[in-house]
Design a protein around this ligand. Structure first.
Ligand SMILES: [Zn+2]
Length: 300
């Protein structure tokens, strides 16, 4: 898994090490009880909707591996062109191309054929201008994913979408648009919402506290986020035994996990909260909020 000789400073190497150590690091902090996906549930076909290339691995990488092993058919839809994560360093057109190649390489590590990836290429950070187009494209793909067997009631299509209260605005928007598209499907789907930037807060990750006011704010955040975790994330997929494969898939995203040589200020995922954010994705379970339409406008 080592990628270079600079083990002390290379974020990619640190990430791989973190991921492997995390497999013995227990579960998501604060998770009380969650129903584990059964073999039957793992075998159901799925569409995974990712706002950006890497979300599918971070949030659902272990689930994709487990579902493929159970014989499920999986499609991954990337909504944006993932072009603007490092605009100070890499031109959007170049980053978009790079992340597409990385997504294909990551899928290969997960065991997913590149034919199962759909890149919609809506411009990152400008998604709100394309709401109707996003909904229509999603609805078409979702409807195409319903096989005659599913229409006849043999099994259920699972759709994985970002968590409605994720802390990233584009993830929240994709949640909203995906729900509208899901309502256009001719048969009901099982919808699972996954957290990504939700983990970038107390108690999982946070910056240093310097003032009493900050401490007060963080305690409130802690109580709120733990309550959301316990209320919403009641489904989980066990990933302990596939965690290294998941780490390998994430490492395919070089542009997100490793700094170019000589670019010490280039931010990587391992920088967020000193690595605590990233470790949230390498626990024993990937967790999901099994949601339905009635929950959509719920209490936050
Ligand atoms: Zn994202």
């Amino acid at each position: 898994m080592a990628c270079c000789n600079q083990l002390a400073s290379c974020k990619t190497c640190r990430l791989a090490g973190d991921a492997i150590r995390a497999s013995a690091c227990g579960d998501v902090a604060g998770l009380r009880t969650a129903k584990i996906f059964s073999t039957h549930e793992l075998a159901q076909p799925a569409v995974i909707i990712a706002p950006h290339a890497d979300d599918e691995v971070l949030a659902c990488g272990g689930t994709i591996i487990q579902k493929l092993r159970a014989g499920a058919e999986i499609t991954v839809i990337f909504i944006t062109d993932s072009s603007r994560s490092h605009v100070r360093w890499i031109k959007p057109t170049s980053m978009s191309w790079t992340r597409k190649q990385e997504a294909i390489a990551a899928a290969d590590v997960l065991g997913l054929d590149k034919d199962r990836l759909v890149f919609l290429d809506f411009p990152e950070t400008h998604l709100a201008s394309y709401r109707k187009m996003v909904i229509n494209r999603l609805a078409v793909i979702l409807c195409k994913s319903i096989s005659p067997a599913l229409k006849a009631g043999a099994g259920e299509l699972q759709v994985f979408i970002p968590y409605r209260y994720d802390l990233n605005i584009e993830h929240k928007l994709v949640n909203e648009l995906a729900w509208i598209a899901i309502q256009k499907m001719p048969v009901p789907a099982a919808v699972f919402e996954y957290p990504v930037w939700f983990f970038n807060q107390w108690p999982w990750a946070a910056g240093k506290v310097r003032t009493p006011a900050q401490l007060f704010g963080r305690v409130g955040q802690f109580i709120h986020s733990r309550r959301q975790l316990r209320r919403d994330f009641t489904m989980a997929v066990a990933i302990k035994y596939v965690i290294q494969q998941k780490a390998g898939a994430l490492l395919a995203y070089h542009s997100q996990v490793s700094r170019p040589i000589g670019q010490q200020k280039y931010p990587v995922l391992g920088d967020v909260a000193d690595g605590r954010f990233l470790r949230s994705f390498f626990r024993e379970h990937e967790i999901y909020h099994q949601a339905n339409l009635q929950d959509q406008v719920g209490e936050k």
